[in-house]
Design a binder for this molecule. Structure first.
Ligand code: URA
Length: 437
């Protein structure tokens, strides 16, 4: 290190701006193992307390990106784009948006993750499809994108290894909630993935990582600023995460709901359809230069005419997956046991379904993992039968809970789930899905 780490720490502690080269050198040395964890933990804490300028955040992000392999899509004859979500309850939007955007002429290479705690991971949802290989090599990832326009696979160890090391350290040192560090972490992986257009879904609310609008808007602005600073086209929408998205929460149940949306069968979850069109249209508009109205119209058309589903089905096949179970009428997630939850209170209107409470129940049923590497029950979860604003009577069914491995916890989980529903005598105000852009 040209400047000793101790000096960098002194300066950052005092709130001074570090030079881009100093940050690059620090991250490269830490990735190689030349800077110990205790110094990087002190650096992360100093950043948490003092923040970073935009220049510093960009240098951090680019050096984390450059700690590993960066993918090149210049041989793909389509504009490349991806969408990233900070994660929410019932958030299966990627399963719909990525193939929908691909059906409109984009190439969508999407590196994704597994869930931890209450947060679900797109890779887990996809792995609930029998045979789906979500651990492709980078070469196979590129082949699938070239063949069908879209691939979703787990980020490999070659992508942004600095982030893997830094995130593990931040997780145990109280340094996760810092916007520059979050931007460095999220954006370094997305930049390494190589898509020319990046669209961010920053969730905000009780069931989200960002609890307040101010925090969510600040993260959205920082992600977009960083992505543009690194030469990408970028946009972000801040979206509500106080209530679950759609009716299904749980891996296989969410695949089933996504298939139903892509095929246009069954009761359509309006929130999922609206957000899918909005995000896919934003990707198409940015990547192709079409107006938003035109892009929305193309997306709605490709949902209705089955082209988006055809891309999804091709992608699943190329990943080795078999969708037969999800294409059957009355398919569920394949759970051995289920129990129905009926409303015990007086009738009225569903004014709120507490996303965090639903996530806790799904976790208890076995849908999530407490620590990395834990097994999960793909079939477990909650299938709501009502949504915001629905009229319900006393005794109406409001949800069905599913579990295979933990059938014994179903009744207790149903009792916990009951408290997630708020019922009011008057219809509630309409749900606002997009809070800001
Ligand atoms: N997700 C990430 O990938 N990194 C963070 O720091 C926070 C959320």
């Amino acid at each position: 290190m040209k400047t000793p780490v101790k000096i960098l720490l002194d300066r950052k502690r005092e709130g001074m701006e570090l030079a881009a080269d100093e940050i690059r050198e620090l991250i490269a040395a830490y990735t190689k193992g030349d800077v110990p964890d205790y110094q990087m933990a002190a650096f992360a804490m100093a950043v948490c307390c003092r923040g970073m300028t935009d220049r510093e955040t960009l240098a951090l992000t680019e050096s984390m990106r450059d700690s590993g392999e960066c993918l090149d899509w210049s041989d793909v004859p389509r504009p490349t784009a991806d969408k990233h979500s900070t994660g929410g309850v019932g958030d299966k939007l990627s399963l719909i948006i990525q193939p929908l955007a691909a059906s409109c002429g984009l190439a969508v290479p999407s590196l994704t993750g597994r869930g931890l705690g209450l947060t679900g991971g797109t890779a887990d949802k996809l792995e609930s499809i029998p045979g789906y290989n979500a651990s492709l090599s980078l070469a196979d990832f590129k082949r699938v994108v070239a063949e069908c326009g879209c691939s979703m696979t787990v980020q490999t160890a070659e992508i942004a290894p600095a982030d893997k090391k830094m995130y593990a350290l931040r997780d145990v040192t109280g340094t996760v909630p810092s916007i520059p560090l979050i931007v460095g972490s999220i954006l370094s992986k997305k930049l390494a993935e190589g898509a020319g257009t990046l669209v961010f879904d920053v969730k905000c609310g009780k069931g989200a990582f960002m609890k307040t609008r101010e925090q969510a808007k600040a993260l959205a602005a920082a992600l977009v600023g960083g992505a543009k600073g690194a030469g990408r086209k970028a946009a972000a929408l801040v979206t509500a995460m106080d209530e679950p998205l759609g009716f299904a929460v749980g891996n296989a149940l969410e695949v089933m709901e996504s298939v139903n949306v892509l095929k246009g069968v069954g009761r359509q979850p309006e929130d999922i359809v609206e957000l899918s069109v909005e995000f896919a249209a934003t990707m198409v508009s940015l990547a192709k230069g079409f107006t938003m109205d035109d892009s929305r119209a193309r997306c709605r058309e490709n949902l209705a005419n089955g082209k988006a589903y055809a891309v999804f089905a091709d992608m699943v096949r190329l990943h080795g997956g078999d969708l037969a179970r999800f294409e059957a009428d009355n398919a569920d997630g394949g759970a051995a046991e289920s129990v129905e939850l009926k409303l015990e209170s007086r009738g009225g209107y569903i004014a709120n379904i507490d996303a965090e409470q639903v996530a806790r129940v799904a976790f208890k049923l076995g849908a999530g993992r407490a620590k990395a590497g834990d097994a999960i029950d793909f079939s477990a979860g909650v299938l709501l039968s009502v949504t915001h604003g629905d009229r319900v009577e006393s005794g109406s069914p409001v949800a069905r809970l599913f579990a295979k491995e933990r059938a014994g916890v179903l009744d207790e989980a149903a009792a916990d789930l009951a408290s997630a529903f708020t019922v009011t005598a008057e219809p509630p105000p309409e749900r606002v899905l997009v809070i800001g852009g």
